[in-house]
Design a protein around this ligand. Structure first.
Ligand code: UT7
Length: 324
């Protein structure tokens, strides 16, 4: 028998304020046509003044816990992916832990920017497989709007705020691809590319929060190549073929990256979950948001084979295969 991390609940939360492309054109030199054509984004949600990453994360977690129908105090591990923590420390995960009334187990943040949820899922899965946790809450939550230079049209039109979460439960499987749960994960990074996507501040450098800076074209080029590589690794290691994937839920950075990756991997466009048009790029929150949306609108069903992948600052990238 093999221990598997089975998804027993999912949930998400978006802030109330929705900013359309039209609204962005009122303060920066851009157009709805440019944003839609180059990215697929039509709108994004922005946290209200005083609304923090842990608040978004707590609401997504509460939705996932309600969906799972469990007592939150049975959760013995919280792994929260974010690049926009409430504070430099303590971790946002511990803020969420307290807000949920959980006083046992472990809670910590994972920092892998847009790949954060894949990293957090892989971490929680390994805790479960090692027998170190029985029930894990894995969250991706961001307030990227706070990192943006709102005068820089090359970045401010791309990102949004939000949170998504899943509850993983340790259950015995047969050790085959027919098992429910996380079937495999692959994580990669290459720190030589720091300057292509980074924030120009931090406690140990500028002692400020800083702003997001990106060489978009370079990131785009690496994204399509790296994502295809990590997914192909998943196919080879798992023995699963592209036509077996029921739902492909990629990181939602740019519609053109998603389409190019799906094409390169021979994944049917009808099987691709797209939320970038509605949410923009919510970094570590984008995959759990998309998973929860597709789960709750009836697309993802129990037993479906779901493939997730992401690439972000670092560079970091990775993928995971989950039987829902
Ligand atoms: O989630 C983390 C990973 N991040 C990503 O995956 C993002 C990857 N990169 C991208 O998605 C794309 O590179 C962007 C959407 C950021 C940019 O698209 P692009 O097709 O690579 O455009 P570009 O940067 O080559 O810019 C083309 C033109 C430039 O004008 P010139 O030099 O050709 O005159 C830009 O100045 O578009 C101009 N431009 C804009 N025009 C109107 C750049 N931003 C804007 C804008 N509105 N917001």
């Amino acid at each position: 028998m093999t221990l598997r991390s089975v998804v027993i609940g999912s949930g998400h939360y978006l802030p109330e304020k929705c900013m359309t492309n039209a609204e962005i054109t009122t303060f920066v030199d851009t157009s709805n046509e440019w944003i839609v054509e180059r990215t697929g984004i039509q709108q994004r949600y922005l946290a209200a003044d005083g609304e923090t990453t842990s608040m978004l994360a707590t609401k997504a977690a509460q939705a996932a816990i309600a969906d799972a129908g469990i007592d939150p105090t049975t959760i013995d591990l919280i792994v929260l992916a974010t690049a926009t923590p409430d504070y430099t420390f303590p971790s946002t995960a511990t803020q969420v832990q307290a807000a949920l009334g959980i006083h046992g187990g472990a809670a910590f943040d994972v920092q892998a920017v847009c790949s954060g949820f894949v990293y957090a899922l892989a971490t929680a899965d390994n805790f479960i497989k090692a027998g170190s946790a029985k029930r894990a809450l894995v969250i991706g939550a961001e307030t990227f709007s706070r990192l943006l230079d709102w005068t820089d049209r090359t970045t401010c039109v791309l990102f949004g705020d939000g949170a998504g979460a899943v509850v993983l439960d340790a259950q015995e499987g047969a050790g085959t691809n027919a098992d429910r749960g996380v079937l495999c994960t692959h994580l990669r990074s290459d720190g030589r590319h720091r300057d292509k996507l980074f924030v120009d501040g931090g406690p140990s450098t500028s002692m400020t929060t800083g702003h997001l800076r990106m060489e978009g074209k370079e990131v785009f080029r690496h994204a399509v190549a790296n994502l295809a590589e990590t997914v192909e690794e998943t196919f080879i290691k798992s023995g699963v073929s592209p036509d077996e994937i029921k739902w492909f839920v990629p990181h939602q950075a740019n519609r053109r990256i998603i389409d190019a990756t799906a094409k390169k991997l021979n994944i049917d466009p009808a099987r691709v979950v797209i939320t970038v048009d509605q949410h923009g790029n919510t970094s570590a929150a984008s995959i759990p948001l998309a998973l929860s949306v597709a789960r709750h609108d009836g697309r993802i069903e129990k037993g479906d084979l779901v493939l997730i992948e992401a690439m972000g600052g670092g560079f970091t990238w990775g993928s995971a295969l989950i039987r829902w």
